[in-house]
Every structure is written in C-alpha cells, then in structure tokens.
Ligand binder design. Structure first.
Ligand code: ADP
Length: 310
C-alpha cells in the first residue's frame, strides 16, 4: 500500500521543436503536476499511488502503462468513458516555449468525491493535493476537499502546492479554493515571490510562511526558483540555496521534483532541512534536461550529488 498519494490530472504531452503551424514531428510523453511529483518520489524509492481518472480513448494504455512503469500504483485511478487531456509544447523565437491545452472536459476533470476510497487514503503517510486539481472543475475541487478531510480525520499528513495557473481560473477563485483547503494542510509547498504575492498578498517568503502557519501548516517550503527554497518549521527558518547546474535546459516540473523529493525525505523520517536539501538537489538535477519526467535524475545521481554538496 502506497505511502505517498497524489490527487490530480495527468495529460498526454506532444512536444515539437518548432511552432505548431510548421511542426511535422511531435514527440509523445505525459505529465501533470500530481503525477510528476509521484514520479520524483518513486524515483527515490517511495511507494506512491495516483488518485485520478483516466478516459477510455486510445491513449489510455499509454498512460496507465507509463505510470505503472514509473512504479506508481494505479489501482485507484478510475477508468471511465471519455477523453484524456492533451497539451502541446512548441518552440518559437529564441527558444521560447508555448503551451497549448486541450483539457476542458477531460476524464480526470470529471472526478467526484465518490471516487475516493477512505481506506486507501487512511493507510498512506502523505496525501498531496495541488491547486491545479482544484482548478480543473468544480467536482475535482470538491474531490480535493473531500480527500483532505478524510486524510485529516485519519491522521494522514496533507501536503498542498497552490500551483496558481491563471489560465484555469481567476486569482480570486484560486484564493478561495486555497483558503477552503488550508485548514486541513500540514505541509505547504507554495512558490514565491510572484505566486504568493498574487495569491496570498504576501510580499516575502517570510510573510508567506507566517500566513500559511496561521492556518495550521507545521512545515512551509517556499520555492524561490534559482534562489532555492525558504523552509519554515517549528525548528526555525532557513534558506536552502538552489543546487546550481552549469546548463539550465528546462525548468518545467522543477517545483514538482522538489515537492516529490521533499515528501519522500519526510516519509523517510528525515529532518525537514535534510528533506529540503534532497528536494533542491533533485530539482537542480532535473532542470538540466527537457520534460517534467524524462529529465528526472536517477536515485544514484541524486545521492552522489547530495554527498558532494554536503
Ligand atoms: P515552481 O516550478 O513550483 O515555480 P521553482 O521555479 O521555484 O518552482 O523551482 C523549484 C525548485 O527547483 C527551486 O526551489 C530550485 O531548488 C530548483 N530550481 C528552479 N530553477 C532552477 C535553476 N535555474 N537552477 C537550479 N535549480 C533550480
């Protein structure tokens, strides 16, 4: 039975080296914050399970087999009639990335609280929820809240990454959704400074951490891109610098890689500071390559980099 559960949507990705108007070849993959996080935690050895839906279109076997080959338990991914979400990444200008989504009405966005199995949640150590899962539909938002309530009742730790996406909803809606969930959250994983400023009106990482502790979170890790992570727990506050790499190729999914490794560390009973260091090394190694999942480092690479860094 998995230790780390994550609730959300994974989409089919098509990547083109050119603008979509010209592209002849597209490379197929899959990604989505909830799944990226599990891929990172599983890579380090955690047992992970995905809470989602998958549609019965021709991509279904690709998605399920792909998730399983990452070591992720799919027993609680509900197979339903419908389409899976798709998005395209294309390149234009000086290597700028453009994201084009075909997501509305996707199978995962039809998830409902009745999908949840309280016994499966109760046996986990951590349940992770993101703001994107709340944003994709009203029923997904209700499912996220119901999952957090179950976890809370069963004394399962709840982790939350607000992951603000303005294309999905307004800041006011995102704030309301965050505030309805935060009373159940033990570990908050926001990004700063821009996201926290827009979402919570907090201008600094210190202010963000205080705000989130105010709802009851015992650990707050504010992700600050190249500036690393600001960690705040009952032991005090620390800024963990980013793990610098010579060539940054793609920062997509860096936050998810941090979240997955950080939660893995906590599940392994590491002190939060050690878990945060593991997280920044995982994220730093990830940004060397393209793709949220394809560029995740091997466990041995992470361990070697961490040892050299200490
Ligand atoms: P998000 O993707 O959630 O916005 P960030 O951009 O803050 O998150 O990235 C998450 C983590 O990834 C950072 O805290 C940092 O440790 C690492 N990271 C991000 N950008 C870089 C970079 N250019 N070089 C090294 N590490 C990075």
């Amino acid at each position: 039975m998995p230790d780390i559960l994550s609730l959300g949507e994974c989409m089919v990705e098509f990547f083109a080296e050119e603008p979509l108007a010209e592209a002849q070849k597209l490379q197929k993959a899959f990604a989505g914050d909830a799944l990226n996080l599990l891929a990172a935690a599983s890579r380090l050895g955690s047992s992970c399970g995905f809470l989602s839906r998958v549609g019965n279109d021709p991509f279904q076997p690709f998605l399920l087999n792909g998730w399983q080959s990452l070591g992720i338990d799919t027993s609680h991914v509900k197979r339903v009639a419908g389409r899976n979400g798709i998005y395209f990444i294309s390149i234009y200008g000086q290597g700028e990335r453009e994201f084009t989504y075909y997501r509305v009405g996707s199978a995962p966005s039809t998830m409902t609280p009745e999908d949840l199995d309280p016994d499966y949640i109760a046996q986990a150590r951590v349940l992770h929820i993101s703001g994107i899962a709340q944003a994709i539909s009203e029923s997904a938002r209700a499912t996220a809240l119901a999952a957090a309530r179950i976890a809370n009742e069963k004394h399962v730790c709840v982790a939350y990454d607000p992951n603000l996406r303005s294309a999905l909803w307004s800041v006011a809606e995102a704030r309301a959704a965050a505030e309805e969930l935060l009373p159940f959250v033990d570990i908050a994983l926001p990004s700063g400074p821009e996201e926290s400023e827009r979402l919570f009106g907090c201008a600094s990482a210190e202010e963000t951490a205080k705000y989130l502790h105010g709802f009851g979170a015992y650990a707050v890790a504010v992700k600050l891109g190249e500036a690393g992570v600001y960690l705040s727990t009952q032991d005090g506050t620390r800024t963990v610098p980013a793990f610098a790499v010579p060539h940054v190729v793609d920062t997509t999914g860096a936050g998810d890689a941090f979240d997955g490794a950080f939660l893995h560390g906590l599940v392994e009973n590491m002190p939060p500071l050690a878990a945060a260091r593991l997280g920044v090394v995982m994220a730093g190694l990830k940004v060397r390559g393209r793709g949220a999942i394809a560029s995740l480092p091997r466990k041995e690479e992470v361990e070697a980099a961490l040892t050299a860094w200490n």
